[in-house]
Design a protein around this ligand. Structure first.
Ligand SMILES: *[C@@H]1O[C@H](CO)[C@@H](O)[C@H](O)[C@H]1NC(C)=O
Ligand SMILES: *[C@@H]1O[C@H](CO)[C@@H](O)[C@H](O)[C@H]1NC(C)=O
Ligand SMILES: *[C@@H]1O[C@H](CO)[C@@H](O)[C@H](O)[C@H]1NC(C)=O
Ligand SMILES: *[C@@H]1O[C@H](CO)[C@@H](O)[C@H](O)[C@H]1NC(C)=O
Ligand SMILES: *[C@@H]1O[C@H](CO)[C@@H](O)[C@H](O)[C@H]1NC(C)=O
Ligand SMILES: *[C@@H]1O[C@H](CO)[C@@H](O)[C@H](O)[C@H]1NC(C)=O
Length: 640
């Protein structure tokens, strides 16, 4: 047992430490004057007026993207006199001071002025705005960071990697997540998830007024607080926003600072005029994290002792409280579960919500920069999709998030797919390494197995092809577009219209018009050949595909690995290649009954000990037309 006088001693020591700390805090914060940046002794750089030489080597700035310097200003994004010119849209400008700056431990002040010339569309929108940025390095804005991203880094854009930045955004377009189209916000990881935003109405400032607006940002390194001042040039700046934040937790000590701006489907000129930055270095211990922790730890020990004492006295009370708390947590968890379950089912959106989220359904926004999700426009066929896909849940099936049925149109909303579809790859617009290719084929096989065998009544996708295989930021595949999918039992005995995509359609389909799980297997075979070889199997009509012929020839010669995409330059697993290609050829068997089931295909893909499906040495010739015709799609006899 601790004896009471000892505890008292420890307490006195603890309070003394606290008082010393508090005094230090008060003294230091009063030592930092913060009226204007110029008052500070340590001006690091100043551009009283931008000019055309600033972007040239030695001009002090790194200008990237759409920056065009004028006399007295820099256009970060601009509207050319030809209002339909492509450069007005989806443009990104980023300008950084050309040397790294130490940002902590310091107190700093920066002041700049800018003008925004809106270029309103029919419904009175203009976008997207400008941001002051503190960035971990001097890399350019991500290629896709136009529009709502304001040229900033975002986890949705580059492989979900964590990028360290702090941005003060002056936002002129209201996105789904924004409060209005005239606000200032502080962002770290993503514009969609600001630390704080505040609209400028109460300050009587209109960002899109085309007037010169001044913003001053002060960071108090002692108080760990950022203060934003704003006003029209010539007026007094007024305090707009205070936010406490620890810069040392957000960005590295050495950073690049500057501005970014962007336009999306709306045009706008974002123009900066001048910029000054000053800072005062603070002693290392102003970061204080470690030191403070040590001091706190030293004082925690007596507190702990005290707590033990209290616990002994108050144990019964505390126990009752804890039981109550546990009950509360349990109830919360239950609610959360219910909520998640409800949120997971597709929901209905209004046309207006979608129009806003996708900037009026522009083509560029499909699977693009909206950050909201892809939206497909569809006809009646897609009703099938809501019914079919709405109940399917698999990690490799594109999840329907909701739909909208208005204005005689049906629109479907899916998860956002950062890497679009396998089509980009087939069109040679992106490169996939061998591991990724295997991951895609395995995921796809797994989703087809689920459709064919594991989700209740078998579902036939009917249109397996590269453009229906969506890829997220990690290149995980998602089978999408269930516009043609049908429950197998609904099609039995019904002659359906020939549907599917030539080149991926099993040959018997052309004669029977009836999609089966075996015809999906055939399409998978074509796709697997394409993914491995990087070549398109198009013009492949009823067994006349040169890619397939080539693969068979190579199989006959015993050198299947010749089919592999030369772009992989030998970086692949030869054994795996042979396993995949042999299985693909088996899937392409002209006799649908000889094709393996997806369960077998998946087993071969994920287990290197799984025996391969046997295939003949040379390509079988002839076309097999199953005789089952109308009554039984699973009966076996064939004719050549
Ligand atoms: C351009 O601006 C820089 C930095 O403010 C200044 O040093 C330079 O003299 C200016 N050049 C011209 C041509 O005005
Ligand atoms: C900058 O933008 C303004 C307004 O759109 C335009 O009049 C001016 O020509 C632009 N200057 C440059 C150098 O692009
Ligand atoms: C304006 O730009 C568009 C798109 O770049 C181009 O097709 C058109 O010819 C241009 N018009 C003029 C008058 O330059
Ligand atoms: C971004 O675009 C540039 C120029 O078009 C290109 O060189 C670069 O590879 C692109 N980066 C990515 C990650 O796509
Ligand atoms: C700010 O004012 C604009 C224009 O008057 C208005 O459209 C907007 O809704 C206002 N924003 C807020 C948050 O009140
Ligand atoms: C921010 O803090 C300063 C000084 O601490 C104070 O004068 C100012 O009113 C505050 N501004 C806002 C918007 O809260």
């Amino acid at each position: 047992m601790l004896n009471p006088p000892k505890i008292l001693q420890h307490f006195l020591l603890f309070y003394t430490i606290i008082i010393i700390l508090l005094q230090q805090e008060v003294l230091s914060s009063s030592s930092y004057s913060s009226s204007t940046c110029d008052d500070d002794d340590h001006v690091i750089f100043s551009f009283p007026k931008f000019n055309t030489s600033n972007c040239k080597p030695g001009g002090g700035l790194l200008c990237m993207g759409a920056i065009s310097p004028g006399e007295g200003y820099l256009n970060m994004t601009t509207v050319s006199s030809n209002s339909s010119s492509k450069s007005n849209f989806n443009s990104i400008g980023r300008v950084l001071y050309n040397k790294p700056i130490q940002i902590w431990p310091t107190s700093f002040c920066t002041s700049f002025s800018f003008k925004i010339f809106p270029h309103y569309n029919e419904i009175g929108d203009s976008g997207d705005g400008i941001a002051f940025v503190i960035a971990q390095d001097n890399s350019p804005s991500p290629n896709q960071s136009f529009g709502s991203y304001l040229g900033l880094q975002d986890p949705l854009l580059e492989g979900k990697k964590r990028y360290q930045q702090l941005a003060i955004e002056m936002d002129t377009f209201k996105n789904e997540w924004d409060l209005d189209d005239n606000h200032i916000g502080i962002d770290t990881q993503s514009v969609m998830n600001s630390l704080i935003t505040k609209n400028l109405n109460s300050s009587h400032i209109d960002l899109k007024s085309s007037k010169l607006i001044r913003v001053k940002i002060i960071y108090d390194g002692w108080k760990k607080e950022i203060q934003i001042y704003v006003g029209y040039e010539g007026n007094l700046l007024s305090s707009f926003l205070n936010q406490s934040l620890r810069l040392s937790k957000i960005v590295p000590s050495q950073v690049y600072i500057g501005f970014t701006a962007s336009t999306g489907l709306l045009a706008e000129t974002n123009q900066i005029h001048d910029w000054i930055f000053s800072s005062t270095k603070l002693p290392e211990n102003s970061v204080m994290d470690n030191k403070k922790r040590k001091i706190v730890l030293a004082s925690v020990i007596p507190i702990l002792g005290c707590l033990v004492l209290l616990a002994l006295i108050g144990a019964p009370i505390i126990r009752r409280r804890m039981i109550q708390k546990r009950e509360r947590i349990r109830r919360m968890e239950e609610l959360e579960r219910q909520y998640t379950a409800a949120a997971a089912t597709p929901r209905k959106f209004t046309y207006k919500q979608l129009a806003k989220a996708t900037k009026n359904f522009s083509k560029d926004n499909l699977l693009g920069s909206g950050g909201f999700g892809s939206v497909y426009k569809g006809e009646r066929e897609y009703l099938a999709e809501i019914c079919t896909i709405g109940r399917l849940r698999h990690k490799n099936i594109l999840q329907l998030q909701g739909w909208c049925h208005e204005n005689e149109q049906l629109l479907l909303v899916y998860d956002f797919m950062a890497n679009k579809s396998l089509n980009e790859f087939m069109a040679g617009q992106s490169f996939l390494d061998w591991k990724t290719r295997c991951k895609i084929l395995t995921g796809l096989a797994s989703s087809l197995l689920y459709l064919h065998e594991e989700c209740g009544d078998p579902v036939v996708h009917r249109d397996v092809k590269p453009s229906n295989v969506m890829l997220d930021a990690d290149f995980s595949p998602y089978l999408g577009d269930f516009g043609l999918a049908r429950l197998l039992k609904n099609t039995t005995g019904v002659t359906t219209i020939l549907a599917g995509t030539v080149g991926y359609m099993a040959p018997e389909l052309i004669y029977t018009g009836k999609a089966t799980t075996e015809s999906d297997v055939y399409s998978f075979g074509v796709l697997a050949l394409e993914v491995v070889s990087g070549k398109k199997a198009s013009n492949l009509i009823v067994g006349e595909g040169c890619l397939v012929d080539y693969a068979w020839d190579m199989h006959t010669k015993g050198s299947l690995e010749e089919c592999v995409d030369p772009k992989l330059s030998g970086n692949f697993d030869k054994n795996q290649v042979i396993r995949i290609l042999t299985t693909a050829l088996a899937c392409l068997h002209l006799d649908s009954n000889m094709r393996p089931k997806m369960r077998k295909v998946l087993a071969v893909l994920i287990n290197s000990d799984e025996p391969l499906v046997e295939i003949p040495e040379t390509r079988p010739r002839g076309i097999y037309v199953p005789l089952y015709g109308i009554s039984n799609p699973f009966s076996g006899s064939n004719t050549a």
